[in-house]
Design a protein around this ligand. Structure first.
Ligand code: 9G3
Length: 570
C-alpha cells in the first residue's frame, strides 16, 4: 500500500474527551473516528487489525468444531417477550418499530434468536451436540459510553451458543470453548487471565469464567493467588476464612456504653481506642422490598453480588439513612444486631469473632462485649464480603490474594435450560421421551480486543503491534523520494516483500523525515526499513518497533531477517 494514497490522517494531539491511552492513540494514529458517543468508524488501518483479530477468532472457533452462521440484528420483540426479558432490560435495549408499527429490538445478544432457530431445526438427540457462532455487530445503549471501543454502543462480538442433550455434554462444550478462548488470546499476544466469575443477569445453572486482559484502566478487579492458579473476579473471590483459636475464652457480659454522636467506624475506633476489626458493623439492605440487616466486621465491605446471589433476590440495594432508621427505629451509626427486629445475615468473619463492639439500637449508645451467637443469632451466615488483598487464598491457603485491574474481553457461561425451557427448545431422546436442550453461551468482545491490545502494547511514541495482528508487517520509509537511489531500493524492496506474501506499507509521501518517522512510530507497524544515506552503498536501516533496535544491513540481509521474524511470530 502506498501511503500517498492511504486514507489516513494522523493527529498530533488526541481530543480532550479521550481519557485512556488506547482511545487517544487509536484516534491519533488514524485507526478509528467517532461518529457519535460510543459509535465508531474503523478507518482502513483499524479495519485491517480488526479483521485479523476476527480471523483468529474464526479459525479457533472452527478448530473447536463450532459452526459459523450469521443472525439478524433486527429482532422481533415477541421473542424477548416470550423469554421474559423484554421488560427486564431498560433503556439499554434499543427498541424500534417497523413501518407496520411492529416492535423490534436491535440485538444486544442472541439467546432468544438462536434458541428459537435451533428449536425449529433440531428435534432428535442424534443432532446434538451442536455449537453455533457468529461474529456480528451488537447494540447496547450504554448510559455512559467511554474509553473508545472499550465501552461502545455498537460493537463487534463473537457470540457462540452450545446445545447439548446432557449436563456432561454441556461440560465438554464449555471446556472446549474455554480452551479455544485461551488459544485465541494467546494468538492475539495479550496477557490475560481466565477468572471465576458471577453469572450476573444472564443466570444459568452455575459455572462461568471471564477472560480478563490485565490493564490498570480495567473496570473489573480480579483476585489471583500468589501460589496456586486460583483466580476470580472480586464479585466472587473468596479468601480463606481465618482459622481462629477456638479456645472458649469466657467473654464478659454485655455492657452498654454512652457514645454521644459517635456514628462512624472512625469515630468509634478513636473514641474507644479500638480497631475496625473489633467492631461489628450492621448495614440495612432492601432485598426485593424487604428490609434486612447485614452484619459484617468493621474492616470489611459488603459484596452486594454475593448478597444478591445468597438471597436469590431480583433487586438489592443499601437502604438510605431514613429508611434504615425507619426499619430499625434508630439512626444510622447506632444500629446493631442485638435485639433487632428485622432478619439478620451474618458474615462468616463476624461469626468467628469472640466478641465485638456494636450499635446498641439506641441513639448515642453502643454495646461492648457483644458475642455472636450469644447476644444475636448467627443462624443465617455466609460470605457476604469482599475479599481483601493479601488475605490467604481460599483454595490453597498457602498463597495470598493479589488484586489486578482487568478488562473483560471474553465470558463463557453454562446456561443450562434457562432459555430452552422458556422458549421450548426440546428434543426426543433415544427412548422417544421429550427432553429440554442444555445450553451454554460464549462471548468475545472482538472490537474491545483492539483497544485492550493497545492498552497493553504501546510506548510514549505510539502503538506497538505484534506481527500477527498488525495492519501491515513492514513499513518501508524512503527518507527522500527525490533521491533516485533511495526510491529505487525502496521500490525494489516493496515489490520483493509483497511478491513473497508480506503486507507492506511504503511511505512514498513528499514529507520531511521527522514527519515520516513520527507517523511510523504512532501507527506501530512491527518492522521498519529506512532507506536513507546508506542507500548509495546498497545498505538500509532495519528497525523493530517493539524495541526500537536499529541495524544497518544489506538489502538481502534485511529481506531474510524480516522473513525470519515474521515466520517466528506467526
Ligand atoms: C440485553 C442488553 C444488554 C445485555 C444483555 C441483554 C449483557 C445480556 C449478557 C450476555 C450474555 C452472553 C451471549 C454471548 C456471551 C454473553 N448485556 N447480557 O444478556 F437486552 Cl440491552 O450477553 N450472551
Amino acid at each position: 500500500m502506498r501511503q500517498s494514497t492511504l486514507f489516513l490522517s494522523t493527529l498530533r494531539d488526541a481530543p480532550s474527551d479521550a481519557e485512556v491511552i488506547s482511545h487517544k492513540l487509536m484516534l491519533r494514529a488514524g485507526f478509528i473516528r467517532q461518529l457519535a458517543a460510543g459509535i465508531y468508524t474503523y478507518l482502513p488501518l483499524g479495519w485491517r487489525v480488526l479483521r485479523k483479530i476476527e480471523q483468529i477468532v474464526r479459525e479457533e472457533m472452527d478448530r473447536a468444531g463450532a459452526q459459523e452462521l450469521l443472525m439478524p440484528a433486527l429482532q422481533p420483540a415477541e421473542f424477548w417477550k416470550e423469554s421474559g426479558r423484554y421488560s427486564v432490560y431498560g433503556p439499554e435495549l434499543i427498541r424500534l418499530k417497523d413501518r407496520h408499527d411492529r416492535e423490534f429490538a436491535l440485538g444486544p445478544t442472541h439467546e432468544e434468536v438462536i434458541t428459537t432457530l435451533v428449536k425449529n431445526e433440531i428435534s432428535s438427540y442424534r443432532r446434538l451436540p451442536v455449537t453455533l457462532y457468529q461474529i456480528q455487530t451488537k447494540f447496547r445503549d450504554e448510559r455512559r459510553p467511554r474509553f473508545g471501543l472499550l465501552r461502545g454502543r455498537e460493537f463487534l462480538m463473537k457470540d457462540a451458543y452450545s446445545f447439548d442433550a446432557t449436563w456432561e455434554g454441556l461440560d465438554q462444550s464449555y471446556w472446549n470453548m474455554y480452551e479455544a478462548y485461551r488459544r485465541i488470546f494467546d494468538r492475539c499476544n495479550i496477557n490475560f487471565r481466565a477468572v471465576e466469575a458471577d453469572a450476573g443477569a444472564i443466570g444459568g445453572e452455575g459455572g462461568t469464567h471471564e477472560f480478563m486482559v490485565l490493564a490498570d484502566i480495567g473496570e473489573d478487579t480480579i483476585a489471583t493467588c500468589s501460589h496456586c492458579d486460583y483466580a476470580a473476579n472480586l464479585e466472587k473471590a473468596q479468601s480463606a476464612s481465618v482459622k481462629i483459636t477456638s479456645t472458649e475464652v469466657k467473654a464478659d457480659k454485655l455492657e452498654k456504653i454512652h457514645t454521644p454522636g459517635v456514628r462512624t467506624i472512625g469515630q468509634l475506633t478513636k473514641h474507644l481506642q479500638t480497631e475496625p476489626q473489633d467492631i461489628i458493623k450492621t448495614l440495612i439492605y432492601v432485598a426485593d422490598d424487604r428490609p434486612l440487616a447485614v452484619v459484617i466486621r468493621g474492616d470489611h465491605e459488603v459484596n452486594e453480588i454475593k448478597l444478591k446471589n445468597y438471597l436469590e433476590a431480583e433487586n438489592i440495594e443499601l437502604a438510605d439513612a431514613q429508611s434504615s432508621a425507619a426499619s430499625t427505629g434508630v439512626p444510622v451509626g447506632f444500629i446493631g444486631p442485638v435485639g433487632i427486629e428485622i432478619p439478620i445475615l451474618v458474615d462468616t468473619a463476624v461469626g468467628q469473632m469472640q466478641s465485638g463492639i456494636a450499635g446498641a439500637n439506641e441513639t448515642d449508645y453502643h454495646f461492648r462485649n457483644v458475642v455472636p451467637g450469644r447476644d444475636f443469632t448467627v443462624e443465617r451466615t455466609g460470605d457476604f464480603r469482599n475479599a481483601i488483598e493479601g488475605e490467604a487464598c481460599s483454595r490453597c491457603s498457602e498463597g495470598v490474594l493479589q488484586f489486578f485491574k482487568g478488562i473483560e474481553v471474553g465470558h463463557v457461561f453454562k446456561l443450562g435450560t434457562k432459555y430452552s425451557e422458556t422458549l421450548g427448545a426440546r428434543y426426543l431422546d433415544a427412548s422417544g421421551r421429550e427432553q429440554t436442550m442444555i445450553m451454554g453461551c460464549y462471548g468475545i468482545g472482538v472490537s474491545r480486543i483492539l483497544s485492550a491490545i493497545v492498552e497493553q502494547s504501546h510506548d510514549e511514541r505510539g502503538i506497538i503491534w505484534a506481527p500477527a495482528i498488525a495492519p501491515y508487517h513492514v513499513h518501508i520509509i524512503p527518507v527522500s523520494i527525490k533521491d533516485e537511489s533511495q526510491t529505487r531500493i525502496a521500490e525494489e524492496l516493496y515489490d520483493r516483500l509483497r511478491n513473497h506474501g508480506l503486507e507492506v506499507l511504503i511511505d512514498d509521501r513528499d514529507e520531511r523525515p521527522g514527519v515520516k518517522f513520527n507517523d511510523s512510530d504512532l501507527i506501530g507497524i512491527p518492522f521498519r526499513i529506512v532507506v536513507g544515506k546508506h542507500a548509495e552503498s546498497g545498505k538500509v536501516e532495519y528497525i523493530e518497533r517493539k524495541n526500537n533496535e536499529k541495524q544497518v544491513m544489506t538489502v538481502d540481509d534485511v529481506f531474510s531477517r524480516i522473513f525470519e521474524e515474521v515466520r517466528l511470530s506467526s
